[in-house]
Design a protein around this ligand. Structure first.
Ligand SMILES: C[S@@+](CC[C@H](N)C(=O)[O-])C[C@H]1O[C@@H](n2cnc3c(N)ncnc32)[C@H](O)[C@@H]1O
Length: 292
């Protein structure tokens, strides 16, 4: 194992990606919205274990290829192993996207849950644009964590007991001011794509609503329960003093930190295997065409 954070998050990535899209919706985007009818070469910025390649390549015209770029050595090692068990054509570039040069030869540049981790997302989008030939597309799948959290519904519990949107907004805004990274970047992306000169910019929202209730099959239920927990729904907040100090260091008052702790604790105590819950991640899918 390496010390690189994301190299140790493979299980989290593999377990949670299934919460976001139904396959038929991705196919609809490829065929009906982006109208991709000829083979294309895709490059995936911050590809992780290659989630987007595994999803999109089988739906793309035969002859399409996938190149994943990521900093994580171990992640790419896993990605290669996974793709070796398929007939999909993929290759991987290991490196820091902020530093490496990427050739301008791709038909589509994509990223998934990546820009929110960048201190200068605009610079990275420009790099994505520069990697695509004239007429190609840039497509960014990014979250809006506030609207995602506003979607938590736990049957029998008032939402204000488990999610404090005002406090969460303040936390995200303070984090973003401090380090440039924006967990709510999703709805900003179409504006940045337009400002950077892309044409025909549009934005869609991911379709999947996860339903967890007494009628979910038991085996699916356990898998879904742990995926939701890994996604952050109902994780135990941790030791009181440490959490309060950490939240205050991120910009909350003691009172706000206490409220936030209590909300997290309430969700973790109330979300159980016999609960009824719906969760709608609402990933923002922004895209535009490159014209030179
Ligand atoms: C939330 S994960 C998303 C991974 C993948 N796109 C997915 O959705 O499964 C963020 C990814 O960005 C990668 N990453 C973060 N900063 C990077 C950088 N500067 N250069 C290359 N990859 C980076 C991480 O290694 C990680 O795989």
């Amino acid at each position: 194992m390496t010390d690189y954070y994301w190299d140790n998050q493979i299980d989290y990535l593999r377990n949670t990606r299934k919460l976001y899209y139904n396959d038929d919706y991705l196919e609809f985007l490829i065929k009906m919205v982006w109208k991709i009818t000829n083979p294309i070469n895709i490059i995936d910025f911050g590809c992780g274990y290659g989630f987007l390649g595994l999803k999109l390549l089988p739906m793309l015209p035969e002859g399409s290829t996938y190149t994943g770029v990521d900093k994580g050595e171990e992640l790419l090692c896993q990605a290669k192993k996974i793709f070796n068990h398929t007939s999909l054509e993929a290759n991987f570039i290991q490196g820091d996207i902020e530093e490496i040069n990427i050739e301008c030869k791709y038909g589509v540049a994509v990223c998934h849950a990546f820009l929110l981790h960048m201190t200068d997302a605009r610079k990275i989008i420009q790099k994505m644009i520069d990697s695509v030939s004239d007429g190609g597309r840039v497509i960014c799948f990014e979250p809006h964590w506030i609207s995602n959290m506003a979607s938590y519904y736990l049957d029998g519990i008032e939402q204000s007991q488990i999610v404090n949107l005002g406090v969460l907004q303040k936390l995200y805004e303070a984090d973003s001011k401090r380090n440039g990274k924006d967990g709510n970047i999703g709805p900003r992306v179409p504006i940045m794509l337009s400002q950077l000169g892309l044409r025909d910019v549009e934005c869609r929202v991911s379709d999947k609503v996860n339903i967890f209730d007494q009628n979910t099959e038991f085996e699916d239920k356990e898998a879904l329960y742990s995926a939701l927990k890994e996604e952050g729904l109902g994780q135990e907040p941790g030791e009181w003093n440490e959490v309060i100090e950490r939240l205050m260091a991120r910009g909350l008052s003691r009172e706000e930190a206490r409220t936030q702790y209590e909300a997290e604790e309430s969700l973790s105590k109330n979300f159980k295997l016999n609960s009824g819950l719906t969760y709608t991640p609402g990933m923002k899918i922004s895209y535009g065409v490159v014209r030179r």
